[in-house]
Design a protein around this ligand. Structure first.
Ligand code: PAF
Length: 278
C-alpha cells in the first residue's frame, strides 16, 4: 500500500494504475462502516484508493472539528489489512491554499434536513469531494447509506457536473443493538450509549407501521417523535419521511420513502435513516 501526502506523487501513482479504480473518501477514525466500503471497493475494483482528511469546511462554528477523533496509525493499519493500494493524506494547506475561493454549492437537495441544521455543511462536503474526484480520477466512489442526504447531494453534483464516476451506496453497518456505527459514537458516555439505539428503534417502529399498510407520512413522523421523546437523554433535531430523490417531505406515501432523523444525546449529534424502496 502506497501512502502519500503529496499531490504530484498521488497523481503519478494513480496514473500507473490501469483498470477500474475505486475511491473511498474518509475523514479517518475508521470503523467497521468504512471497512465495509473498502471491502466492497476491493471486491469490485482492480485498484482501491482512500483519502484521510478531516475537512474543516464541512464543520460549522461550534461543531466538533477540533475534537473529531484522529487515529491515523490505526487507520493506515486497517486500510492495509483490507487491501487498499493507495492512500492520500493531504494537508489542509494543500486542500485550502491561501486565497482559496472556489466552492461547490448544490442547491435544492442540500437545503433541508442536515442542510437546514448545519448551514454550509454540504458546501464543504461537495467541495472536498470534487477535489478528491479531480485528484484521484476514480471510476467508482463509495459512500455509506448512513449519510443518506450526502449521497443524494453527491449523486446530484456528479450528474450536474458530468463527472465520469459511479457513486456506490453501501448499507449502514450497525452494532448488535441497532446503533449505526459512526466515528461520533465515541462521544457517548455509558448511559448515553445505552440510550443511543433509540434512533434505530424509532426508525424501525415507523417502518413497521409502513409494513403494516400505513401510508400517511405524518403518522410515520409522529411514531418516530413519540419514541425519541420518551427517551430522557435524547433530544430530537428533526424527524423526516421524505421523497428519497428530492428530499421533500411527503404527506402521502405512494412509492419510496426515506425515513431519517437527527438526535442529540449528550454532546453527540447522531443521524440515522432507513430507505424504504416501496
Ligand atoms: O462521509 C464523510 O466521511 C465525509 O463527509 C467525506 C465524504 C469523506 C467528505 O469529507
Amino acid at each position: 500500500m502506497k501512502v502519500t501526502e503529496d499531490l504530484a506523487e498521488l497523481r503519478s501513482l494513480r496514473a500507473a494504475m490501469n483498470g477500474v479504480f475505486g475511491l473511498v473518501p474518509t475523514m479517518g477514525a475508521l470503523h467497521a462502516g468504512h471497512a465495509s466500503l473498502v471491502s466492497r471497493a476491493r471486491a469490485e475494483c482492480r485498484h482501491v484508493g482512500a483519502s484521510i482528511f478531516v475537512n474543516p469546511s464541512q464543520f460549522g462554528p461550534g461543531e466538533d472539528f477540533n475534537n473529531y477523533p484522529r487515529t491515523l496509525e490505526q487507520d493506515l493499519a486497517l486500510l492495509e489489512s483490507l487491501g487498499a493500494d493507495l492512500v492520500w493524506i493531504p494537508s489542509p494547506e494543500m486542500i485550502y491554499p491561501p486565497n482559496f475561493q472556489s466552492w461547490i454549492t448544490v442547491e435544492g437537495v442540500a437545503r433541508p434536513l442536515e442542510g437546514a441544521s448545519r448551514p454550509g455543511h454540504f458546501r464543504g462536503v461537495a467541495t472536498i469531494v470534487v477535489k478528491l474526484l479531480n485528484c484521484f480520477q476514480p471510476e467508482r466512489a463509495y459512500f455509506g447509506q448512513k449519510d443518506a442526504q450526502q449521497l443524494v447531494v453527491l449523486r446530484r453534483m456528479v450528474q450536474d457536473l458530468n463527472f465520469p464516476v459511479q457513486v456506490v451506496a453501501c448499507p449502514t453497518v450497525r452494532e448488535p443493538d441497532g446503533l449505526a456505527i459512526s466515528s461520533r459514537n465515541v462521544y457517548l458516555g455509558p448511559a448515553e450509549r445505552e440510550a443511543a439505539p433509540v434512533l434505530y428503534r424509532a426508525l424501525s417502529a415507523a417502518k413497521e407501521k409502513y409494513d403494516t399498510g400505513e401510508r400517511n407520512a405524518e403518522v410515520l413522523r409522529d411514531t418516530m417523535r413519540t419514541i425519541i421523546r420518551a427517551e430522557p437523554l435524547a433530544s430530537e433535531e428533526y424527524v423526516s419521511a421524505a421523497d428519497p430523490e428530492t428530499l421533500n417531505e411527503l404527506q402521502q406515501i405512494d412509492g419510496k420513502v426515506l425515513l431519517s432523523l437527527a438526535v442529540r444525546i449528550g454532546r453527540a449529534r447522531l443521524i440515522d435513516n432507513i430507505l424504504i424502496e416501496g
